[in-house]
Design a protein around this ligand. Structure first.
Ligand SMILES: NC(=O)c1ccc[n+]([C@@H]2O[C@H](COP(=O)([O-])OP(=O)(O)OC[C@H]3O[C@@H](n4cnc5c(N)ncnc54)[C@H](O)[C@@H]3O)[C@@H](O)[C@H]2O)c1
Length: 341
């Protein structure tokens, strides 16, 4: 029997979910749920989805599905995911898991109690260089991890490669705390914090953070959107393994559409984990190369996508990784950064 999958929220990112599921054997996209009728029609036509609903309640009353990708805006994840778990559905929820840690913990707790497959879509776990780097660090390749620099560089507030942020709702909700966004920190900070801590093999022990919201419109307002969410942040972190470093992100990195960089140094070597222009690359400086500062590129292997791993977990009745408890653990540090910044 194919797994019957529903897509909740059919905006920009939902297209990636649909394309990925449509490429996996024995997964059938059976329904879409969306508040904007035209967006729903276009999306379902394009991805060959038969059933269309204007609310999650209607879809739950219909009930002909086992699993859901929740691709709604951040502020909508909590209420909808809780309803889906109560209804016995497996959920792949977009990041950040919720708009705050209290909500994220409730989601993780309910997911644990139900035993349903739950996964948070930390996309960059799919980067081959990240997986290889994490395995090498765990094997002791760079010795004791001492220092790191991690950055997530976007530029959609500085140039229109992804559209006009001043007029398009998918960008405006990301700029507004009243629309449930935690700005660059909540949107991409969660990715780069996970990127760094996953490779380092250690979560933070303590952080401090500076957040910055730039003036971008008259009275910081465009229509219904108050532009009060941070555009840039710089975090200092000490990890449980004792390493210290910085994690930063901005939407003003002119010249970079979507680039992630991690430099990680141990007492026996260094590594550079890059995901730039959608290309994964791992460079290392180890052993005899240390004295002559020679860096070499490491060969990496393709890794399964999050969508494939979500589906495999459902089929094999195992748990997916990263699960909601990981999403909640990361959310704890985002909340700390917001209080502190
Ligand atoms: N993992 C990644 O790399 C990645 C990349 C982009 C976006 N995202 C995440 O995906 C989510 C969606 O982002 P997006 O860029 O697609 O935003 P978007 O605004 O383009 O799409 C969200 C859609 O959800 C719909 N919606 C809102 N409330 C709804 C509800 N209650 N029921 C049904 N539909 C509802 C909206 O009408 C909209 O079409 C966000 O949480 C975002 O952070 C993740």
């Amino acid at each position: 029997m194919p797994i019957r999958m529903l897509i909740l929220g059919t905006g920009g990112m939902a297209n990636t979910h649909a394309q990925k599921y449509n490429s996996i054997d024995n997964v059938k996209l059976v329904a879409g749920v969306e508040q904007r009728p035209e967006v729903l029609e276009t999306f379902c036509n394009e991805h060959n989805i038969e059933h269309r609903f204007s609310s999650l309640d209607e879809a739950l009353a219909w009930d002909q599905f086992e699993a859901v990708s929740n691709v709604t805006p951040d502020a909508v994840h909590h209420e909808t995911t809780m309803a889906l778990l109560h209804a016995g559905k497996h959920v792949l929820c977009e990041k950040p898991l919720a708009a705050n840690e209290a909500h994220a913990k409730q989601m993780a707790q309910l997911a644990f109690e139900t035993g349903l497959v739950n996964m948070v879509n930390l996309t960059y776990r799919e980067v081959p260089a990240l997986q290889k780097a994490a395995a090498m660090v765990a094997d002791g390749a760079i010795g004791k991890v001492r220092h790191f620099e991690a950055s997530y560089l976007q530029s959609w507030l500085a140039q229109p490669a992804w559209g006009d942020w001043k007029t398009e709702p998918q960008w405006l909700w990301r700029l507004s705390r009243t629309h449930g966004s935690n700005g660059a920190l909540g949107d991409v900070g969660i990715h780069i914090l996970d990127f760094a801590t996953f490779v380092a093999g250690s979560m933070p022990r303590d952080i401090s953070c500076r957040l910055k919201t730039f003036n971008k419109a008259e009275d910081d307002q465009i229509g219904e959107y108050t532009l009060d969410a941070n555009d840039s942040f710089v975090m200092h972190a000490e990890l449980e393994n004792g390493a210290v470093g910085t994690v930063s992100a901005t939407r003003f990195a002119s010249g970079h559409h979507n680039d992630l960089r991690l430099r990680l140094y141990g007492d026996q070597g260094g590594m550079e984990v890059l995901f730039e222009k959608n290309q994964s690359q791992l460079n290392v400086c180890l052993h005899d190369d240390l004295l002559i500062e020679r860096w070499t590129q490491v060969t990496t292997n393709e890794v399964p996508s999050n969508y494939e791993r979500f589906v495999t977990a459902i089929r094999t009745e195992t748990q997916a990784n990263p699960d909601f408890s990981k999403g909640a653990a990361l959310q704890y540090w985002l909340d700390k950064a917001l209080q502190n910044g």
